[in-house]
Each structure stands twice: as C-alpha cells, then as structure tokens.
Design a protein around this ligand. Sequence first.
Ligand SMILES: Nc1ncnc2c1ncn2[C@@H]1O[C@H](COP(=O)(O)OP(=O)(O)OP(=O)(O)O)[C@@H](O)[C@H]1O
Length: 246
Amino acid sequence: MEAPPDNDVLWARSLHFRHRDGSPGLNGISLGVREGEILAVSGPRGSGKTTLLRCLSGQLPVRDGEVWFNSAPVHTLGPLARERLRRDRFGWIDPEPALVPELNVWENAALPLMLRGTGRRRAKAAALEWLERLDVGDRARSRPHQLRHAERQRVAIARALAPSPAVLFADEPTAPLHRADRAHVLRTLTAAARSHGITVVLATHDPDTAALADRTVTLLDGRRVHTVQLPDSPDAEGRAACSLSV
Ligand SMILES: Nc1ncnc2c1ncn2[C@@H]1O[C@H](COP(=O)(O)OP(=O)(O)OP(=O)(O)O)[C@@H](O)[C@H]1O
C-alpha cells in the first residue's frame, strides 16, 4: 500500500463500488485532489458523482480500491473512525437542505462546531459570521420552517463552512436555487473556500457551476472520461474535441 503524493489532500486509486442491490456505482476511478483546489465532478445523471463523493468522504465503505486523506488510508478505517473523520475534517452539502426543525437557524449552523467540542459562544459567533456572508444573518432566530427553500439551503451551506473543514464535499449544492441566487451562493462558497484554504469537491451537471472550479473531472457510467483536444488540422472534421473513456 503506497501513500499518495504529498500535495494531494485526497487521493483515490482504482476505486470500484457496487451498491447493495448489485447496481454498479464506480468502475475503477483514480484521481487526486490538491490542497486548496476546487475540483468539479461533472457528468450526466446516474454517472456516479454522488457515489464518488460518498466514497471519498468515507460515507460509503470502500472494499475495492483505495481512498487516502493525507496520509490516512480511509479504505482501511472502521465505521467509527470514518464517522470521526467526517465530523472533524470534512463538510458536506446535500442538494436538499436537511436542517434540524427543533433548532433555530444559528443553532443549526453552529451544530457541527458544537459536536466537535467548540463552546457555544464561539460556535454561535462563527455560525453568525457565515450566515451574514450568505445573506441569511437576519434569519438567525427563525426556525427552518419559516424560511424559503433557498434560504434553508444557504443555512445548510453556512453550517458546512462554519467549522472550516479540510475538505468540503458539495453535491449539487445550488440545485434548489434560482439562477440569480445560484451565482451569488456559488461565488460566496468558492471565495470562502479560497480565503480559508478549504479544498472543495463539487458534484454538478451544470457547466456554469463547473466553470468556477480549478479543474473538472467528468464521469460516465462510473468511469472517468478524458476529453482530448485534437491538434488543428486543415480537415475541419478532424478538429472536433473527442472524449474517450479509460
Ligand atoms: N442507493 C442506491 N442503490 C442502488 N443503486 C444506486 C444507489 N444510489 C445510486 N445508485 C445507482 O448508481 C449509479 C450512480 O448513481 P449516482 O447517484 O452516484 O449518480 P449521479 O451522477 O450522482 O446522478 P445524479 O446527477 O442523478 O445525482 C446509478 O446507476 C444509480 O442508479
């Protein structure tokens, strides 16, 4: 078992995954994510984006292939160690905001910090700072059901950013937002990641979203697809970019 290159914060080698019912999820994916990089994972519906993020973040156990977080072999960790890793080092944003209905907005945003052991006062200050940045600071004392759907998603994003995770996994984070909202939230998310050195792995099938990333890997049927730009040729047909699956 060989550890990943030093400048990769996250690294996967020959990752295969089959869902419990036998459905194929991933089919031999290898990739590295550099520290502080914003990496978009794109591809059509069902291509394996969510499955890849869930394997990289330790939500799904990897039995065939390797996943490394820095020098830690995530694929060898048991459920409790993976849970701890996710709580202490990773953040996660789902396409749909899942907030705790009994808690108000700032308590929701502060929850991951408090679960890590941060005191209530410091956790509240960090939560309020992120809620302000995401333009929902004035909703801090509201309950989730009093918010619009797009506001709830902003709260979920603030909750993921407040602990400054080493790696933020964002699965179609702006799916529930309107176009104007989407651009603002994405800019805030990427600016926050860059200013705090947070590495982001972002699943999306929206080219505008992928354009904000430093690099994009594209999936098709659980494999990486490499796009190759052919050299200029006098023959117009020879100039098209082509994709091949490896
Ligand atoms: N819990 C599950 N049980 C069985 N099959 C699943 C499960 N989750 C996903 N799959 C299957 O695994 C494959 C990859 O799905 P995945 O959700 O990772 O793709 P995706 O690219 O994220 O799609 P989308 O853009 O729709 O979210 C698909 O064929 C899907 O039907």
